[in-house]
Design a protein around this ligand. Structure first.
Ligand code: 5AD
Ligand code: SF4
Length: 443
């Protein structure tokens, strides 16, 4: 039996898909293509309406494959599966099953049951057993691996569907994460990305209050990860700013393998909008945290998520967001147009900002970002940086690329010793509007 998984949405979904694929392969399935597989899985996202429409469109379209192969089993997993459940079976008559976010561990038995009796099924009851199924990885991963350390979210930001579709926040044990990391390193992984909806809430047992000064189980995890021989780099995404306390800043400073790049979702720079979003910080406290992190790690770079066009966002609110973004000087930003999600609290408010205004605000922020990034890239000319080699550049097969700990990508001509997942020094010789080019130092 062959399987094919199409993934929508965030890194957490990518990671879940890897674990689902690994579980299928353990059970004897082989990876196939969309056309020749007997099991097609759609691991879906619900965070914005567009993501759901895209997945539904695609699932609708593949109906014809079932006419060719009557044994084909089609399933939907992930956030849209959790949110819509039974409704999806009604809407898509060729769908065989809907498996929720808390039921990943049921995939293989479920597929076997359906293959035997061809009955359609919906399983969306959450369970903690799902934690055990989160550790499966590809048999031969690349130099980069990802580990999900928590599941779910307890923050309930008013616009966000995640707490409803991924359930209450639960943390895995430190022992299971360290074992998983060591296994990945033994398979050749050099960089590990730790994933969680709010990674800095790791180990807080779902407590919705940010950790007190001096206390951070996530910092302890980073410190233990830092001791793993053979692992070169550790990244993480995303910490909620209020959970980024002094203890965590210390860990960042003291752990040589933890990269100097922090993804710190801002969402808005207006205190009025932050409050309406149920974000538990102000623009001022956000900026103060950025300063505190920068004071400890001077070369740190920041990236962020921002939503434009939240209900009631006035021009003045938007300008505050623009100002905070310019003050921080993000190295990367993901700007999203607000999308009401039925079930999340803000969906009760009128979606008052016209799409054209959302689009305009989106473009302004991206324009600011581009300008700032060009300046930043130019300032790197002449510097020698250390990069982790990633492999052949996507756009030019004659070049290789590598990434700095601060997350800048540098392109260069390779030498005979180039190998993905190794650290090398590169002198930056040329900068254009989006990319850095350099010369590799001989080893
Ligand atoms: N509309 C637009 N963007 C959203 N995000 C989450 N929910 C919504 C929504 N309803 C964005 C947030 C979050 C990122 C993953 O997606 O910025 O950080
Ligand atoms: Fe959603 Fe807020 Fe949780 Fe992030 S922290 S997943 S935005 S509820």
């Amino acid at each position: 039996m062959k399987y094919f998984i199409r993934t929508y949405g965030c890194q957490m979904n990518e990671r879940d898909s890897e674990a689902l694929g690994a579980a299928l392969e353990k059970a004897g399935f082989l990876p196939g293509s969309e056309e020749d597989s007997d099991l097609l899985l759609f691991n879906t996202c619900s965070v914005r309406d567009a993501a759901e429409r895209k997945a539904k469109g695609k699932i609708g379209y593949i109906r014809k494959l079932k006419q060719k192969n009557p044994n084909l089993i089609i399933g939907v997993t992930g956030c849209m599966a959790q949110r819509l459940g039974e409704e999806l079976l009604k809407e898509l008559p060729h769908l065989d099953f809907v498996l929720g976010t808390g039921q990943m561990q049921r995939l293989v038995p479920l597929v076997n049951e359906i293959a035997a009796d061809r009955r359609r099924r919906v399983e969306t009851e959450p369970s903690v057993e799902v934690l055990e199924s989160m550790g499966d990885h590809d048999a031969a991963p690349s130099w980069h691996g990802q580990i999900a350390i928590t599941r779910g979210c307890n923050r309930f930001c008013s616009y966000c569907i995640v707490p409803y579709v991924r359930g209450r926040e639960i943390s895995r044990t430190k022992g299971s994460i360290i074992t998983e990391a060591k296994e990945l390193v033994a398979k050749g992984v050099k960089e590990i990305m730790l994933l969680g909806q709010n990674v800095a809430a790791y180990g807080l047992n779902g407590d919705t209050r940010p950790p007190v000064s001096g206390h951070s189980p996530f910092a302890e995890l980073l410190e233990e990860m830092n001791e793993i021989p053979g692992l070169l780099r550790i990244r993480f995404t995303s910490p909620y700013v209020s959970y980024f306390n002094d203890r965590l800043i210390d860990a960042l400073k003291n752990c040589s393998k933890v990269c100097h790049n922090v993804h710190l979702p801002l969402q808005s720079g207006s205190n009025r909008i932050l409050k309406a979003m149920n974000r538990q910080y102000t623009a001022e406290s956000y900026l103060a945290k950025v300063d505190e992190i920068r004071a400890a790690i001077p070369d740190v770079t920041f990236s962020t998520d921002v939503i434009v066009g939240f209900p009631g966002e006035e021009e003045s609110d938007f300008l505050m967001t623009r100002e905070v973004m310019n003050k921080v000087g993000f190295e990367q930003a993901y700007v999203f147009k607000y999308s009401p999600r039925p079930g999340a609290l803000s969906a009760l408010l009128a979606d008052s900002i016209p799409d054209a205004v959302k689009e305009e605000r989106n473009q302004i922020l991206l324009g600011d970002l581009k300008e700032r990034v060009v300046q930043k890239l130019k300032s790197l000319k002449g510097e020698t940086v250390e990069v982790l080699l990633e492999g052949v550049s996507a756009r030019n097969a004659a070049r290789w690329s590598g990434r700095t700990s601060t997350s800048f990508v540098v392109h260069f001509e390779p030498d005979a010793n180039c190998c993905p997942g190794t650290l090398r020094k590169v002198r930056i010789t040329q900068v254009n509007t989006v990319s850095l080019f350099g010369e590799l130092h001989p080893e």
